[in-house]
Design a binder for this molecule. Structure first.
Ligand SMILES: Cc1cc2nc3c(=O)[nH]c(=O)nc-3n(C[C@H](O)[C@H](O)[C@H](O)COP(=O)(O)O)c2cc1C
Length: 375
């Protein structure tokens, strides 16, 4: 019998759980915890972050594994890993489900749960709801903050329109200009708001003009603060990478190479987050007072290009010059190169997104043995 590895997210708020109604397939109309299949090469933890982003346009973080449930369905055997999750960003929009409800203990069995989800409700969720009555487990805003629910029937339908924009979640995801894509940028300088940050901010602005979100993460301090800080930083980046569609790796030039701080982070990240980074477009950016830019860009570009990440280029090698942010802004050519880089990244992301919607998925991995000079 076929074995399906799937994951689901239990999102709690003050003793209420977030339940969704399936909008497609064999079990259409059944109620479940949101989630989906673990893809090849993915860990279950990353699958749940990706699935919730795809289904609810929301970024969650895993609090802990609650249970693993095995269930026989007529045509397959399911292994369902259930994670308690906390909402980090987003408002739980229904992009694939038919409806959703926040259920309290009294109404927990008002919906038709799918079999595996029902086991989870009985075995774990009831106790959990009890323990969360004060909102101490995943509290990250109230249910009202997290969703656009109809207060009267405590229900959200996928066709419901956003009060502000008048656009339904389903329409939103189909809109070309609203693709919900995000670029994660890493600032590998020792200075949080220095020249590298300025260069990345120009790229971010160009992406924003194209309707693409971004986040600049400063990693220089974590790299200098010792092993624990660096490990925590890599863990966080790995989760962020799972939810990102593209990347920009930025670093200042120190002695004609990318800063040691940036290399410490990238050395670790590219070991730890292969699946989260693979096949997503990346750009590299450097900042120098005077020299060492091209040798630094060569080193930075080695990271994405060992992990099947299409390298985004600009109208010149992606560098800015200066010792201060004000210098960078005076580097007219550097500013133009960064803007073009943002536009080129947006273009490639939209092409990949359009390809996915047309059924063109990332290539399957070729299997081969790693060899070296002595075997
Ligand atoms: C330790 C160190 C080494 C540096 N080495 C170089 C260098 O080799 N070439 C250069 O042009 N600038 C060098 N610089 C200057 C920085 O690369 C430059 O000011 C950069 O724009 C700073 O970016 P940031 O503000 O993001 O840190 C160095 C700076 C430091 C602190």
């Amino acid at each position: 019998m076929d074995i399906k590895n799937v994951v689901c997210a239990v999102i709690l708020d003050h003793g209420k759980i977030f339940a969704t109604q399936r909008g497609y397939g064999e079990f259409k109309d059944g109620w479940e915890f949101p989630g989906g299949k673990v893809e090849p090469g993915e860990t279950p933890e990353h699958a749940i972050v990706r699935e919730i982003r795809e289904e609810l346009n929301t970024t969650v973080e895993v609090v802990r594994l609650l249970d693993t449930i095995e269930e026989d369905y007529p045509k397959f055997h399911i292994v369902l890993r259930c994670y308690l999750c906390r909402v980090k960003e987003g408002r739980l929009e229904l992009l694939e489900h038919e409806a959703a409800r926040w259920l309290d203990a009294e109404h927990l069995y008002d919906v038709e749960w799918l079999p595996a989800d029902l086991d989870l409700v009985r075995e774990k969720v009831e106790d959990l709801m009890d323990a969360d009555s004060e909102g101490n487990l995943t509290a990250a805003g109230s249910a009202d903050d997290l969703t656009n629910f109809d207060r009267e029937d405590n229900r959200m339908d996928s066709g419901r329109r956003d009060a502000r924009t008048g656009i339904s979640a389903k329409e939103k995801v189909n809109r070309k200009e609203d693709t919900h894509m995000k670029v994660l940028m890493i600032n590998g300088s020792r200075r949080e708001r220095g020249c590298t940050y300025t260069a990345l901010s120009i790229v971010a602005e160009a992406l924003r003009e194209e309707g693409i979100d971004s986040e600049i993460v400063f990693v220089g301090k974590a790299a200098m603060d010792g092993a624990n800080a660096l490990s925590a930083c890599i863990k966080d980046l790995k989760i962020k990478a799972a939810g990102a569609d593209g990347f920009v790796f930025g670093a200042p030039v120190y002695y004609a190479s990318p800063s040691g701080e940036s290399q410490m982070v990238l050395d670790r990240l590219f070991g730890a987050a292969v699946a989260e980074l693979r096949c997503k477009p990346a750009a590299v950016v450097t900042s120098a007072r005077r020299a060492g830019t091209t040798s630094s860009l060569d080193v930075l570009a080695k990271y994405p290009t060992i992990n099947e990440m299409p390298l985004v280029s600009s109208s010149y090698w992606p560098m800015v010059h200066g010792s201060t942010p004000a210098d960078v802004l005076k580097d007219e050519e550097g500013v133009g190169i960064m803007k073009q880089l943002g536009r080129n990244m947006a273009w490639l992301l939209k092409c990949i997104d359009a390809g996915k919607k047309a059924g063109i998925m990332q290539p399957a991995a070729v299997e081969y043995n790693a060899t070296n000079f002595i075997r």
